[in-house]
Design a protein. Structure first.
Length: 112
């Protein structure tokens, strides 16, 4: 019984079906039109909206100021110096955003 069931399953997997219907006859000859339409109707306006969002958000980003520096005991602990520079700044240190153990490096009006 097991061999009969095994043969039925393997025969069902091994047989190939002939494609029929509209997809087999016409193929994908007009598929590029759909993607061209999607590009012009969906993708490019989406990119334009994202660019507009970033442009309008620039004014809001410049209006914000850094939070006041508070020297907490559990933050910015340097048990071992970094092997570059003066040993206090991380590898991707941004002086306008990241504070050192003693406070911020730059004042508010010193940006760029």
């Amino acid at each position: 019984m097991a061999t009969v069931l095994g043969k039925v399953i393997s025969r069902g997997i091994a047989t190939t079906r002939v494609a029929s219907g509209q997809a087999a006859v016409s193929g994908h000859k007009d598929g590029w039109k759909m993607w061209r339409t999607l590009t012009y109707v969906v993708a490019l306006p989406g990119v334009a909206l994202c660019m507009l969002n970033v442009y309008l958000g620039l004014d809001d980003a410049e209006a914000h100021s850094a939070p006041p520096f508070v020297a907490y005991d559990y933050m910015r602990i340097r048990n071992k110096r970094f092997p570059w520079g003066d040993g206090q700044k991380s590898l991707f240190h941004n002086p306008h955003v990241n504070a050192l153990p003693g406070g911020y490096e730059h004042t508010e009006g010193d940006h760029h």
